[in-house]
Design a protein around this ligand. Structure first.
Ligand code: PEP
Ligand code: MN
Length: 340
């Protein structure tokens, strides 16, 4: 249930509502908007229904929350949640660009990729050190060495690091290096991992599972939020359909749906979403048009030599022209508030 306080409700009135909620053994989640404060209540529904909240002073109305996710829901939040990553905003009108190779392959490769990414104005460097590969015989990532190269490149170019965490045991060591913990599509419903990143004290990038419905994806985010971490960036990366021309079917309508249903920022990964280099630019622009808060783009200094996902990776020139157009469209649609 959500208690919507009247515009101008006083601090004392808000505190009184919270006291009644907590006094009944329930949890109160406060969200402050420009006009109103919203108090989300979590706990036993029957206890909730019996509380004398409707008649309390300062209370405008009570709303029932029907979705199974609460903390991240639009009803619980008085405004969009902007995820601040070490001073860089994701959401709130900015355009966050996370770019870099699929996998960290060597120190030289990563430094070169970071230079390209930085030169074009992206704020984040992506790159997998632990890779989820379909075949156990494919390159699995440089692991610890990869984390060290990411840390060095991030430091050198002033880029925030995004890298994937695949198991609970590695959460704390990856959190030492990475500004954002990426949960890959294959782990969207790895609930133990979701709980672990929820407790890690770092923003989380939650990719949509390849067979995940929007509702399942939002519930996955709720697992993270329930641990006390609201800094969740949702990432649409395509879903599996009957279509085989593209690697996945990029569901841009999910951007609109998730932004309507939740307060979280949503970014789009057209690289994994299509698997085809030629589609990365048009789908990036479509994502900006759909209202995405950012993009995740695979960039490799020499895509033909990439150890993974070369066919969907952009080279320096491809990324430069993409960024020019993304900037132009963002400025056109959203005014001056473009990259950052
Ligand atoms: C990735 O971004 O490196 C990745 C493996 O993507 P996904 O989890 O979307 O397949
Ligand atoms: Mn990849």
């Amino acid at each position: 249930m959500v208690v919507v306080m009247a515009p101008g409700a006083t601090k004392a009135q808000i505190e009184e509502v919270v006291a009644v909620v907590e006094g009944a053994g329930l949890k109160a989640h406060l969200s402050f908007g420009d006009q109103r404060t919203v108090i989300g209540i979590i706990g036993d529904k029957t206890v909730m229904m019996d509380l004398p909240l409707a008649g309390m002073s300062g209370v405008e109305k009570l709303l029932k929350v029907t979705a199974s996710y609460k903390l991240i829901s639009r009803e619980f939040a008085a405004r969009d949640h902007v995820v601040w990553v070490d001073g860089v905003p994701v959401g709130g009108g900015s355009m966050a660009v996370m770019a870099g190779p699929c996998a960290v392959e060597s120190r030289e490769q990563l430094l070169e990729a970071a230079a390209i990414v930085k030169a074009q104005g992206a704020q984040f460097l992506r790159g997998g050190a632990f890779k989820p590969r379909t075949s156990p015989y494919s390159f699995q990532g440089l692991e610890q060495k990869g984390l060290e190269f990411l840390a060095e490149a991030g430091e050198k170019y002033g880029l925030k690091i995004v890298t994937e965490v695949m198991d609970e045991g590695n959460v704390s060591r990856i959190a030492e290096t990475s500004h954002v913990l990426q949960i890959g599509a294959r782990n969207m419903q790895n609930f133990a991992l979701l709980r672990a990143v929820g407790r890690a004290g770092k923003p989380v990038l939650l990719k949509r599972g390849m067979c995940g419905t929007i509702d399942e994806w939002l519930n996955a985010a709720e697992y993270i939020a329930k641990e006390g971490n609201m800094d969740i960036i949702m990432c649409e990366r395509g879903i599996r359909t009957f279509e085989t021309y593209t690697r996945n079917t990029l569901d841009l309508s999910a951007v609109v749906a998730v932004k309507e249903l939740s307060c979280l920022p949503v970014i789009v990964d057209p690289s994994h979403g299509t698997g085809l280099r030629k589609m990365v630019r048009p789908m990036s622009l479509a994502a900006v048009g759909a209202g995405a808060d950012g993009l995740m783009i695979e960039v490799h200094p020499e895509p033909a030599k990439a150890l993974s996902d070369g066919p969907q990776s952009l080279d320096e020139q491809g990324f430069a022209s993409l960024m020019k157009e993304v900037n132009g469209l963002t400025t056109l649609l959203r005014g001056e508030n473009r990259l950052q």
